[in-house]
Design a protein around this ligand. Structure first.
Ligand SMILES: NC(=[NH2+])NCCC[C@H](N)C(=O)O
Length: 406
């Protein structure tokens, strides 16, 4: 990978970061899966196989696939990175100074791949050596977590997202996902692929309390031509968008941000669960949620380092203006009202565009896929019966690192 640049949602995709989940999924149980933002427990084997099909489909299209566990393993080879990750993910305040120091010491001696596995897969009290003794240990069960698993690393789209010549390292809204961001902070700070510093970090690089200014990449659509479309969702707040927009303008990477309000529901937790960009003038949408009269604003630089805000009467016109096109074409979720609701829930609209008019999507969404086909959009189908239980499709499961503009 030589260039970190994402110029659009639909231009030729060249490089992506994925995460093939394993250990974290083995820890999912009926009693903890809701808290960990999964709707069910998964067959770990099958999920891994489905993920391999996804990765191989991308490779078959000439896209470079980088895996998060590899990146994290290589990052741990950097002494400062390893020290920072251990301090941050195993903090004194979480475990108490004595126990934290024992755990860090033990983890530090582990092979880096194994340590990387625990950084995403978590660590239980049963897994630590018996010589580590402490009041904290005495007061916990063997199956309690010292480090909770991060199964949602699967959705690499959310934790960090590239926008033109830079990346936002996102302060996540849900407690279950907040520690993911530290793994990404370390990768972007220390992994040799990123140390050339030839890109901008817009937001979220510091491990501090971002309070209500949260942002997740599933809400961020880099629609191209200097514009960015962002959902104000269950996860991304106006406060978070303001920070990102200010930084995009300051670094002259975008000339406008369109912010659209979404209902705060799990079924549409991010904008990309109801809307994705699949060809220059074409979007896939779930019409029950993406309405042209949704509350919507265009943000532009005010010339003094701040933001000018203009309320838009019509979301679609705002997009047409930003892209300089006459009329957007919408492909809506397929089937009758029941089928459409079921397919949206299974990420029929959450497709990953590989190049204009060619998308990767779950094969199970037959009604919507048929509509794509009739509209001249090619669907490269992947299985998703297991992966889909995490509530995410091909777009959420990928973080583009390099993609052409339009
Ligand atoms: N960009 C997306 N739509 N991501 C889906 C994330 C799903 C994940 N289980 C969560 O609740 O956070």
């Amino acid at each position: 990978m030589d260039k970190h640049y994402v110029g659009s949602e639909i231009g030729q995709l060249r490089s992506v970061m994925l995460h093939r989940p394993n250990l974290s999924l083995k820890r999912l149980t009926p009693s903890n899966c809701q808290e960990l933002l999964f709707d069910d427990v998964l067959s770990v084997e099958r999920a891994g196989e489905e993920h391999d099909v996804f990765a191989n489909t991308l490779r078959g299209e000439g896209v470079e696939v980088l895996l998060l566990t590899d990146l994290l393993t290589q990052t741990l080879d950097v002494i400062d990175a390893k020290a920072w990750l251990l301090e941050t993910q195993i903090s004194d305040y979480r475990l108490g100074p004595a126990f934290a120091s024992d755990i860090r010491g033990w983890l530090a001696d582990m092979p880096h791949r194994e340590l990387a596995r625990h950084l995403s897969g978590g660590l239980t009290y049963a897994e630590i050596p018996t010589y580590i003794q402490n009041m904290v240990v005495d007061t916990h069960e063997a199956t309690d977590f010292i480090m909770k698993p991060l199964p949602n690393h699967l959705f690499t789209r959310d934790t960090s997202c590239w926008i033109y010549n830079g990346v936002s390292i996102n302060p996540m809204a849900k407690a279950a996902r907040q520690r993911e961001t530290n793994n990404l902070r370390a990768i972007y700070r220390w992994h040799p692929a990123f140390t050339d510093g030839n890109f901008i970090k817009y937001y979220g690089d510091d491990n501090i309390n971002y309070d209500h200014a949260t942002l997740e990449g599933g809400d961020v659509l880099v629609i191209g031509r200097g514009a960015v479309l962002i959902g104000l969702s269950e996860r991304t707040t106006p406060q978070g968008v303001e920070f990102l927009a200010e930084s995009l303008f300051k670094h002259q990477q975008a000339t406008r941000v369109i912010a659209v309000e979404l209902p705060k529901h799990r079924s549409c937790m991010h904008l990309d669960t109801v809307m994705t960009h699949i060809d220059i003038d074409t979007f896939s949408v779930y019409p029950e949620v993406v309405r042209k009269d949704a509350q919507c604003w265009t943000l532009t630089p005010d010339g003094k380092g701040g933001i000018k805000r203009h309320q838009e009467p019509n979301l679609l016109h705002a997009i047409e203006q930003a892209l300089g096109i006459d009329q957007v074409r919408l492909i809506t979720t397929g089937g009758d009202a029941f089928e459409a609701e079921r397919e949206q829930w299974n990420d029929a609209n959450n497709v990953l565009t590989v190049r204009p008019g060619v998308v990767i999507g779950y094969e199970r969404n037959i009604w919507t896929n048929e509509k794509y086909d009739k509209a001249g959009i090619t669907v490269l189908p992947i299985p998703g019966d297991e992966l889909g239980r995490g509530r995410g499709g091909a777009r959420c499961m990928s973080c583009p690192l390099e993609r052409d503009g339009i």
